[in-house]
Design a protein around this ligand. Structure first.
Ligand code: ADP
Length: 371
């Protein structure tokens, strides 16, 4: 029987909990914190936060856990990436009293956290995130980017969803980006400058990349793409709250994040986690968007609340963030997306396009205020 990704994720969490409990006393995974489990089509990526100084000692335990996950039913490949906690607050062994030092030396003892840098020529970076896959995050990223361009902004769109790049399909764009010198030139589509791993490699081969290569790819996007002058770079993040999100927030100055959720409770729990993640890394949350909120029958116009309605608005309020608006579940949003002609460009007067435009107007105002 094939296992669903959700079932696998649950089994991975259970297995890791066992590993952590078993090892709690020793030099092993007991001290690691589980930062993320991502499962796509049987490919598992786990991120564990560890004290930087203990990373080498934890390597055998990391490998053992990786092997155990790879043997779970339905798992095609497993990668565990260890990421460094910020300089550890909790001492691991018996702490020795430190000799008194001048304040400047104490500061120098901590490894410096990487400083978020602006991308040259790019005024704002806006991340589009979701707690889980399939809520329409990429559809929202693409259409918001096109909508912002229609408002007169110079817009870039970066697909940071390395595991499942979908922008080439959604933009109907498969040309390879040109390379000039050591910089890649984004492709021009629908008034945007776009870059996606899916333009560089086949979509399928992007799926089997291992953790460290993924980090490398994200950093390459950040450093080696010649975006030119942009008012805003929209970044379509992978779903969840893992390493790519962390890398992005440590490397680049992100002006704000938009969280996409469907209205069901289960999606909202994940959305809440995404909001908390951005709060933790001190990236402002611009607000929450409810996607697929009401189904409009294309024949009779009848509206049904298939996934419920209003959940994201209530959740945004509860979390103290702005509710940016809702996008109905519409047949033409899906069909234009699949045809590579984003609805905001293909049918600007349609209900779906107008919903995206209204949200883009709010976001454009928020970006303006940041100057
Ligand atoms: P994610 O990036 O969150 O995984 P996608 O953007 O790939 O999600 O969307 C998943 C599917 O849902 C796609 O087929 C897309 O066309 C469809 N979809 C997304 N939003 C809507 C909507 N508002 N109405 C109809 N279909 C939608």
């Amino acid at each position: 029987m094939s296992q669903s990704d959700d079932t696998i994720a649950l089994a991975v969490r259970r297995l890791l909990a066992g590993f952590q409990a078993e090892d709690a006393a020793g030099e092993t995974l007991g001290s690691a914190t589980l930062e993320g489990v991502l499962v796509r089509d049987g490919l598992v990526q786990v991120t564990l936060g560890v004290d930087r100084a203990r990373a080498d000692a934890l390597e055998p335990a990391r490998r053992a856990a990786e092997g155990a996950i790879a043997r779970l039913p339905g798992v095609a490949n497993a990668t565990i990436v260890l990421t460094a906690h910020r300089a550890s607050a909790a001492p691991v062994a018996t702490p020795q009293p430190a000799p008194p030092q001048p304040a400047s030396h104490q500061a120098a003892a901590r490894p410096p956290a990487p400083k978020p840098m602006p991308i040259p020529g790019v005024a704002h970076v806006m991340a589009v995130a979701s707690g889980k896959g399939g809520v329409g995050k990429s559809t929202v990223s693409v259409n918001l980017a096109v909508a912002l361009a229609r408002l007169g902004l110079r817009v870039g769109l970066m697909d940071a969803d390395i595991y499942g790049p979908s922008l080439p399909r959604m933009l109907g764009e498969h040309r390879r980006p040109e390379v000039r010198g050591d910089r890649m030139i984004p492709v021009e589509a629908w008034g945007l400058r776009a870059m996606s791993m899916g333009l560089l490699v086949e979509e399928d081969s992007a799926m089997i990349w291992r953790g460290p290569m993924i980090m490398g790819a994200v950093q390459q996007f950040l450093g080696q793409v010649n975006w030119g002058e942009l008012d805003v770079l929209v970044v379509d993040l992978p779903p969840g709250t893992g390493d790519i999100q962390l890398t992005l927030s440590q490397r680049v100055q992100v002006s704000g994040a938009v969280i996409v959720s469907t209205p069901q409770d289960i999606a909202l729990i994940d959305a809440r986690r995404a909001v908390r993640m951005f709060e933790k890394v001190e990236i402002p949350v611009f607000g929450v968007i409810e996607n697929m909120s009401v189904f409009c029958c294309p024949n009779c116009g009848h509206r049904s609340e298939i996934f419920g309605h209003g959940g994201a608005r209530a959740e945004a309020q509860r979390l103290g963030h702005v509710f940016l608006g809702e996008i109905p579940l519409l047949l033409d949003v899906r069909s234009t997306s699949d045809a590579g002609t984003p609805i905001v460009a293909a049918a600007p007067m349609s209900e779906g396009a107008r919903a995206f435009m209204a949200i883009a107007e709010t976001l454009a105002k928020q970006l303006k205020k940041k100057h």
